[in-house]
Unconditional design. Structure first.
Length: 215
């Protein structure tokens, strides 16, 4: 079982390292979203904004499935009880956040995190239900801005909810460990430093627009 877990960790990291939001806009629209976006993030939102909705949907599906497939394969092999299953879960997220194919530079790992938790279904529906509920609450009910702040709070609450789930025996400890590690990676990638960089970039864009208007 240990060898199978290590193999699935490697598969997960390699899958995660494929940054579809860099590839699809370049191939289909000849657009480099990393270069032209404010936050330089190879993510679905930037793909939709700069390459169109259809390209953005393709990027979203790619990021979801690269999280779903390795975890679902591991579940099918019965690796859920293995001591390294938490790393199997986190591998696609780590690959996306620190891509092996792009010198450790990756995205914010939000969509792939959803994919990983979807991959636990149908055996474990609670993790993805918790993430969807928290994200929707802070997107539609109590609307937190900017996006990086909303993401940080969402994944901090996801980590806390995973501790509750393991306490009431809804999920095993390995899945709780995976959720904690995933949450840590996403919070790091959406840090206050990243938020400050995004706000600075938006400020510069507003200054450029104002200067152009004055001319």
């Amino acid at each position: 079982m240990l060898g199978q877990q290590i193999l699935m960790i490697i598969v997960g990291i390699l899958c995660g390292s494929l940054l579809f939001s860099r590839y699809f806009p370049r191939i289909l629209k000849k657009v480099d979203i990393v270069a032209i976006s404010d936050d330089h993030n190879p993510g679905t939102a930037n793909a939709m904004q700069h390459a169109g909705i259809l390209v953005g949907i393709l990027c979203l599906l790619g990021d979801l499935f690269k999280g779903v497939i390795p975890v679902h394969m591991a579940m099918r092999q019965g690796l859920e009880s293995g001591c390294l299953f938490f790393l199997v879960m986190a591998a696609p997220v780590l690959g996306h956040a620190f891509s092996l194919f792009h010198r450790g530079k990756g995205g914010k790992a939000i969509a792939v995190s959803f994919g990983v938790l979807i991959g636990l279904m149908p055996m474990h529906t609670e993790p993805v239900f918790a993430l969807c509920s928290i994200y929707l609450f802070f997107s539609l009910v109590v609307r937190l801005k900017p996006h990086t702040r909303r993401t940080r709070i969402t994944f901090i609450l996801l980590a806390l909810s995973s501790l509750y789930m393991v306490y009431v025996h809804w999920i095993p400890g390995q899945i709780c460990g995976g959720m904690l590690l995933i949450s840590g990676v996403v919070v790091y990638k959406n840090s206050l430093h990243q938020q400050a960089l995004e706000e600075q970039a938006k400020g510069r864009a507003r200054e450029v627009a104002a200067s152009a208007y004055m001319k």
